[in-house]
Design a protein around this ligand. Structure first.
Ligand SMILES: Nc1ncnc2c1ncn2[C@@H]1O[C@H](COP(=O)(O)OP(=O)(O)O)[C@@H](O)[C@H]1O
Ligand SMILES: [Mg+2]
Length: 360
C-alpha cells in the first residue's frame, strides 16, 4: 500500500498521510555522512533520487505509464563505499534492503529463479510482509560484468540477464516460491559497478559542446563537467543494452579514495575501526591511543593494495592482534599507545602497590 510507508515511518502511532518533514534529501545526506566518508556528489544524487521515489510511491503514482521509475546506477572502483551507502540508506529509510551480484545471476541458466530468490529474500527481510517488501531497495552489484559481448558458456549471457533484470526494474508481477506475487513497481533498484575502462570511452566520445565559449573559467568548468558526465551512449559502448541503461537514468559516480579520506574512514564514522577497537579495549579497562601517523601509514599500504577501503580493516586488525593477545593477561595495563606501524606499542601499567611482591 503506497500510504503505508508514510504511516509506518511516521512513528508515534499517529496516522499521517504526508511524508515526515524531516526525511528531506538534506536529512538523508546528513545521516549518510555519519557512516560514509566523502562521496558528497553521490550522496546528494542518491538522496534526491530516493526522496523523489518515495514521494511518488506516497502519492501512489509510480506507474509504468505515468511516471517512469528512476532507478539509480552507482559507478565507482571497488571499495569506495557503494554497498555501504546503500546499506546505510536502507537504515535511514527503514525499508527492507537486499543485495545481489549480477555475476552470480549470470552463472546460472535459471536467471528468473535467481531473481525470484532475490525478491524472496527481500520479502524475508520484511518479515514476510509483501507490501513492505514492495517498497524496498534492491542493490545489484557488479552490473558492469553483464557486458553483452561476454558470452558465458555455462550460464546465461550477460545480455539475457540484462533483459531479465530489465523486466523487474520496469515493474512486473513476480511469483514467489510460496505462490504469492510481488509487484516490483515500487521497488527501488540501485545498480553498482566499477566499469573499469569507462573513462577511456567517455574521453573518446567527448563532445566539443561548441556552443559554450571556453574562454571563461566558469564555462570551462561546465564543459569539464559535461565531458566527464557518463552518457547512456558510453554505457552502451561499454556493453549494456540501451533498454537497460534507459532504466537507470540516474547516475552517481564514486571517486577513488584518497589517503586523507581513508584516514578519515578509519577515524571518523560512528562505527569507525578506531572507535570499534577503542570500545573493545575499554571493555578490558584499557585506553587505546593510535596516533594519526599510524592511520596515514595504513592508508598508504591500502592505496598500494588498490582495493579502496577494503584492506583497511585487515591491516588494522593485524596491528592490534598481538596487543589484544597480551592485554587480557595483564590487568595492570591501563593504556596502550601506538605511534607507528613499524614499532612496538608502548604499554603503560598501573603502579604496583608498595606491598605487592615484585614480579617480572
Ligand atoms: N566512503 C567510505 N566511507 C566509509 N567507509 C568506507 C567507504 N568506502 C569504503 N568503506 C569501507 O570499506 C568497506 C567496503 O566498501 P563497500 O561499500 O563494500 O565498497 P564497494 O561496494 O564500493 O565496492 C566498507 O564496509 C567500509 O568499511
Ligand atoms: Mg560493493
Amino acid at each position: 500500500m503506497p500510504g503505508e510507508w508514510c504511516v509506518r515511518i511516521a512513528a508515534g502511532g499517529r496516522k499521517n498521510i504526508v511524508l515526515p518533514k524531516t526525511l528531506k534529501p538534506s536529512f538523508i545526506v546528513k545521516y549518510l555522512d555519519q557512516y560514509v566518508v566523502g562521496q558528497d556528489d553521490a550522496k546528494k544524487i542518491v538522496a534526491v533520487a530516493v526522496y523523489s521515489h518515495f514521494r511518488k510511491i506516497a502519492r501512489g503514482r509510480v506507474d509504468k505509464t505515468l511516471i517512469m521509475k528512476s532507478n539509480v546506477l552507482l559507478i565507482g572502483s571497488s571499495g569506495t563505499g557503494k554497498t555501504l551507502l546503500c546499506a546505510t540508506l536502507s537504515n535511514v529509510l527503514d525499508v527492507p534492503f537486499v543485495t545481489a551480484e549480477a555475476t552470480s545471476l549470470a552463472q546460472t541458466r535459471y536467471v528468473n529463479e535467481e531473481i525470484e530468490a532475490v525478491l524472496q529474500r527481500l520479502v524475508d527481510k520484511a518479515d514476510g510482509n509483501i507490501e513492505k517488501a514492495q517498497n524496498g531497495i534492491v542493490f545489484i552489484d557488479e552490473i558492469d560484468k553483464l557486458k553483452a559481448t561476454d558470452g558465458e558458456q555455462r550460464g546465461s549471457s550477460g545480455e539475457s540477464v540484462q533483459h531479465a533484470l530489465l523486466k523487474i526494474m520496469e515493474g512486473s508481477q513476480v511469483k514467489l516460491a510460496d505462490g504469492r506475487y510481488i509487484d516490483t513497481t515500487g521497488i527501488l533498484f540501485i545498480c553498482g559497478g566499477a566499469f573499469v575502462g569507462l573513462d577511456e570511452i567517455i574521453k573518446s566520445q567527448t563532445h566539443g559542446y561548441g556552443f559554450i565559449a571556453t574562454s571563461q573559467g566558469d564555462n570551462q568548468r561546465i564543459l569539464d563537467r559535461l565531458n566527464t558526465r557518463v552518457k547512456p551512449t558510453d554505457l552502451f559502448t561499454y556493453g549494456l543494452i540501451p533498454e537497460f541503461t534507459g532504466r537507470l537514468p540516474i547516475i552517481a559516480r564514486f571517486h577513488d579514495l584518497t589517503r586523507e579520506l581513508m584516514v578519515r574512514i578509519m577515524m571518523e564514522p560512528k562505527n569507525s575501526l578506531y572507535n570499534q577497537f577503542r570500545d573493545i579495549f575499554k571493555d578490558e579497562g584499557v585506553e587505546l591511543t593510535v596516533e594519526p601517523r599510524v592511520f596515514e601509514q595504513i592508508a598508504e599500504l591500502a592505496t598500494e593494495y588498490k582495493t579502496g577501503a577494503r584492506s583497511l580493516r585487515g591491516i588494522f586488525e593485524e596491528l592490534l592482534t598481538p596487543i589484544l593477545f597480551v592485554v587480557p593477561d595483564n590487568p595492570d595495563i591501563q593504556r596502550v599507545v601506538i605511534t607507528t606501524l613499524f614499532s612496538e606499542p608502548s604499554y603503560f601499567r598501573k603502579p604496583a602497590p608498595a606491598s605487592a611482591p615484585i614480579s617480572s
